[in-house]
Design a protein around this ligand. Structure first.
Ligand code: SF4
Length: 190
């Protein structure tokens, strides 16, 4: 799998990821796709790679998605130094969900890659893979977008498993370490 290198310099890890966590068996693997309701920002190169695969992606869309490529992304790139190119663009929301989310709550970019024998994360945007972690100003942080709304995205002060441990696969991906066990976990289905 060839991916854009998002992080070239050393990263720091927010201590929050060790002082908060999940309890009672909750984990990121309970994901029900709620985090995909709003779309995601992608780098210029990720945008290009997705558009280079439009015909294949469309084959895996269902009736709740649009094959009109002009509706897949917002109109303008915005400056953002957390992206390798320094610019990003948002995926559009269609039928109250990311344009790439199918009616079963699965990411079509991932489903297409799996169906075509590629790594499940081949086309999936960087910040979709890392969520609920995010890299902000070269620091790995907790993304609190859905904190308190969904057990899979809620970090608690009283916990059994720290965020860092529960999100080990996402952390390894960010740090460039081996994350191939994605192929044997529920991550492969998201
Ligand atoms: S690109 Fe895929 S994983 Fe990312 S928000 Fe859209 S549907 Fe969800």
């Amino acid at each position: 799998m060839s991916r854009i290198n998002f992080v070239e310099n050393e990263l720091t890890i927010d201590p929050f990821l060790f002082s908060h966590g999940y309890k009672n068996g909750d984990s990121p693997l309970q994901c029900d796709g709620k985090c995909c309701s709003y779309g995601v920002y992608v780098d210029v190169e990720e945008h290009k790679k997705i558009l280079a695969n439009t015909d294949s992606i469309k084959k895996y869309f269902d009736e709740t998605q649009t094959t009109d490529v002009s509706k897949w992304f917002e109109q303008e790139f915005i400056e953002d130094k957390d992206f390798p190119s320094g610019k990003c663009i948002g995926t559009e929301v269609f039928n109250d969900k990311c344009v790439f989310l199918n009616k079963s709550g699965k990411c079509t970019l991932q489903q297409m890659s799996i169906a075509e024998g590629k790594h499940p994360w081949d086309l999936k945007p960087y910040y979709c893979i890392t969520y609920p972690l995010a890299v902000i100003d070269k620091k790995i942080e907790w993304d609190d977008m859905l904190d308190g709304e969904r057990p899979c995205c809620t970090a608690r002060e009283n916990f059994n498993t720290s965020c860092a441990q529960a999100c080990g696969l996402e952390m390894n991906f960010i740090l460039g370490k081996n994350h191939e066990n994605v192929l044997t976990t529920k991550h492969n289905e998201l």
